[in-house]
Design a protein around this ligand. Structure first.
Ligand code: CMC
Length: 392
């Protein structure tokens, strides 16, 4: 027996202490190790933010160079892992492939499943950050029937990912620096977000002593859902379904109707009740990319802009404090870059890997770390005697 707090959805339960990420949902503030996300998105880049999240401080030039070299050394996948990809149906969702392949890393890199050894923990975190773009890109290549493209370590983290997704052996492929900057910004804006559902899943899985690849696979599985990372895919599919701005009132009415399960995807957030600071940066980036690609008249963007405007003017959304979140704009950029909607959530997963890994490392170093074991409010039957089958 004992007294428990009943808190469905953990809306008021702190599950850990952490020094990594701070969010003030009322102010619309997001800090990594104290640095505001808009400054990081503007002035820094993804691998530097990875270092910051993992080690707590911005790196010196020498530290950054060493870190980048370490990450690039781990970008290749064990050659035999190709059989894993090939075992999936071509039409498998790339998130399904990622859950499987990342879980299977436990079998290919078992030296770094030894979580008692800090050196192996370090290698596991580097391997995950380095290999995730290769895994996501190969899941995509496999789904479209093109050859796997090996990583190129002379390219930046973001440019290499675009290269592995969009180049083919038969042709030269040049990554436009504006596109790789936009890609890098998407990675940076998704890098960590304190104790969200997938990060809490990683921590809960890890609390039992499970190996890092199994824990991150659990995080990827949780991220997949449309209320979490799957919202970017759902949002773009919704914009395509709406099609033209004149259909917006119909969809807004549906979102407000309590008898209709439809929600405006890309709107609302559990913690941000004013604005999502990531969405502000992402919106700017979307404009840049669309300018570059010469698709200002893109009907999806026109619908997105009109929807944003209509929802922000609507009392229902104002009263419930529902604003566009990060997923609202990231989908538009990814669509313009040529990614199919099924790749949106894998890109979120690869960006968030550093957050999961940083939180996992922090947790293992925490002397208060113990197995996560929520209690429940039992509403079932009281004790009763077993009835033999012939008497039921
Ligand atoms: N459209 C219409 N109504 C909404 C929406 C929406 N997008 N979001 C919330 N509401 C309503 C909801 O019906 C509820 O109304 P009432 O109080 O009358 O029952 C009220 O607002 C509060 O909603 P909630 O579901 O209790 O709030 P929550 O904190 O549990 O949910 C959320 C947060 C993000 C799951 C939700 O806003 C949502 O489903 N949004 C759409 C999906 C989405 O964009 N998710 C991405 C989140 S950001 C990236 C990430 O975390 O991965």
């Amino acid at each position: 027996a004992g007294v428990f707090t009943y808190d469905p959805g953990f809306t008021s339960t702190a599950s850990c202490d952490s020094t990594i990420t701070f969010i003030d949902g009322d102010k619309g503030e997001l800090l990594h190790r104290g640095y505001p996300i808009d400054q990081l998105a503007e002035k820094s880049h993804y691998l530097e933010v990875c270092y910051l999240l993992l080690y707590g401080e911005l790196p010196s030039a020498a530290e950054l160079e060493k870190f980048e070299n370490t990450i690039t050394r781990h970008t290749m996948l064990h050659e035999q892992m190709q059989y894993f990809f090939r075992g999936f149906r071509r039409d498998a969702h790339p998130m399904a492939t990622m859950v499987g392949v990342v879980g299977a890393m436990s079998a290919f890199y078992h030296d770094s499943t030894d979580i008692a050894d800090p050196h192996q923990r370090e290698i596991a975190s580097h391997r995950l950050i380095a290999k995730m773009p290769t895994i996501a890109a190969w899941a995509y290549k496999y789904s479209i029937g093109q050859p796997f493209v090996y990583p190129r370590n002379d390219l930046s983290y973001a440019a290499n990912f675009l290269h592995m997704c969009f180049s083919v052996p038969a042709e030269d492929y040049h990554v436009d620096p504006i596109l790789s900057r936009a890609m890098d910004r998407i990675f940076t804006l998704h890098a960590d977000h304190e104790q969200n559902a997938s990060t809490s899943t990683v921590r809960l899985a890890s609390s039992s002593g499970a190996n890092p690849f199994a824990c991150i696979a659990a995080g990827i599985a949780c991220l997949w859902g449309p209320a979490h990372g799957g919202a970017n895919q759902a949002c773009l599919e919704m914009l395509k379904e709406i099609g033209t701005p004149d259909k917006i009132p119909e969809y807004i009415a549906r979102a407000k109707d309590k008898n209709d399960p439809f929600r405006l995807m890309g709107f609302g957030h559990r913690v941000y009740k004013n604005h999502d600071p990531r969405a502000t940066v992402m919106k700017k980036s979307a404009d840049e990319v669309l300018d570059l690609l010469g698709v200002e008249n893109n009907p999806i963007l026109a619908t997105a802009k009109a929807l944003e405007e209509a929802a922000l003017k609507d009392d229902y959304f104002a009263e419930k404090k529902l604003f566009p979140n990060v997923d609202f704009y990231s989908g538009i950029i990814l669509e313009a870059m040529g990614f199919p909607t099924s790749m949106f959530t894998p890109i979120f997963a690869l960006s968030r890997t550093v957050g999961w890994v940083s939180q996992w490392k922090e947790m293992l170093n925490d002397p208060q770390n113990k197995i996560g074991r929520p209690r429940q409010l039992y509403l079932g039957s009281t004790t009763r005697d077993y009835t033999d089958i012939e008497n039921r």
